[in-house]
Design a binder for this molecule. Structure first.
Ligand SMILES: Cc1cc2nc3c(=O)[nH]c(=O)nc-3n(C[C@H](O)[C@H](O)[C@H](O)COP(=O)(O)OP(=O)(O)OC[C@H]3O[C@@H](n4cnc5c(N)ncnc54)[C@H](O)[C@@H]3O)c2cc1C
Length: 309
């Protein structure tokens, strides 16, 4: 494809500009995207799509891609939760009225074992500020704070960039003066993968009802791998929350790796529930009186979840 053809496709297919891009490290970024159209209304926890043309360059060191000629002028789109830096600057909460962009928190998927070559993230990681992208015009998703009452305890559990919607929820709770306790725990491989860590440390100093917990599974020097499931099984989650895990006044939000979440299958005829193994958080919490949302029946429980794949 010639540079002129690529420029023509970009002008026709793209509708938004990258106005801020921070690489936390080579494989993790925070970026803000300003649409050419009015920023779509959205709630904390929801997602929209980002897209780039297959004609765009990919960062090095990713799984090889073998494109057919008719794929080259197509746009690849993926869903991304809207994230939030929570603060506008240290000590001041983010003000949505003072911004015209949406923030995203994205990890580079270098290779994929399920056969599909990662198409979008190798291209997103080649972007720089000022570049153009395609932003979905509609924001969607039921993963929101709608069921949470002001005094409820809120537990936000994530893996990796699954923290994105939780950061927006955290902003929403703090800015509306939520009185219940809030615990956000995120499980990553290395400490450097906790991209918003400094913000969370500051917020804990300012909000006595807020606690952030970063868990690592591969950090050098760490004596053991800690997964979210371990925190629940060993009773540490309550200790960190500073309250019992009481389903009558606690909402748990789970986002990221499906193995951490562990969505059960429910037999329509018999109602029998089968949990995936090894146990995910849903199985551990349902054993303690919590009930997960069931999208097929629109049942709203006290466990809400968003799977990233
Ligand atoms: C509702 C929703 C919201 C999402 N929000 C985010 C977000 O805020 N940030 C984000 O980084 N991703 C998010 N994702 C995942 C995102 O849509 C893409 O799948 C991902 O960025 C990889 O795109 P790709 O084209 O490079 O690879 P794909 O071809 O999409 O490859 C998918 C494979 O990559 C792996 N993978 C996908 N996402 C992740 C991840 N986040 N961490 C580790 N491995 C992953 C899985 O093995 C998956 O099978 C979300 C997905 C959904 C369904």
């Amino acid at each position: 494809m010639t540079p002129e053809e690529a420029a023509e496709l970009r002008s026709r297919r793209y509708n938004a500009t990258v106005v801020y891009l921070q690489k936390v490290h080579s494989d993790l970024l925070v970026m803000r995207v300003k649409p050419d159209f009015p920023r779509p209304p959205h709630q904390a926890g929801q997602y929209c799509t980002l897209g780039l043309g297959y004609w765009e360059p990919r960062v090095e060191g990713c799984q090889a891609e073998d494109l057919k000629p008719d794929e080259l002028n197509k746009v690849v789109r993926r869903a991304y939760s809207i994230s939030c830096s929570v603060e506008a600057e240290p000590g001041t909460l983010y003000d949505p009225a003072a911004s015209d962009w949406l923030e995203f928190y994205i990890v580079l998927v270098r290779e994929n074992s399920d056969g599909r070559v990662p198409a979008l993230t190798p291209r997103l990681f080649a972007l720089k500020e000022g570049d153009r992208v395609q932003l979905g015009e509609k924001v969607a998703g039921h993963y929101t704070l709608a069921p949470v009452q002001p005094g409820d305890n809120v537990v936000l559990l994530s893996t990796g960039t699954g923290e994105a919607p939780h950061n927006y929820m955290l902003w929403s709770l703090l800015s509306r003066g939520h009185t219940g306790k809030i615990l956000s725990a995120c499980c990553v491989r290395y400490g450097r993968d906790l991209g918003y860590s400094a913000t969370h440390q500051r917020l804990m100093g300012r909000y006595p009802n807020y606690k952030y917990l970063g868990l690592t599974t591969r950090e050098a020097g760490a004596t053991k791998k800690v997964y979210i499931q371990d925190l629940i099984a060993h009773g540490e989650l309550e200790e960190h929350l500073g309250a019992p895990l009481d389903p009558k006044m606690t909402h748990v939000f789970l986002c990221g790796n499906p193995k951490m979440i562990g969505v059960p299958t429910r037999d329509k005829a018999t109602g029998a529930v089968t949990y995936p193994q090894p146990p995910g958080v849903i199985e551990l919490l349902e054993a303690r009186g919590f009930q997960a949302d069931v999208s097929a029946t629109k049942f709203k429980g006290t466990i809400h979840f968003e799977e990233y794949w």
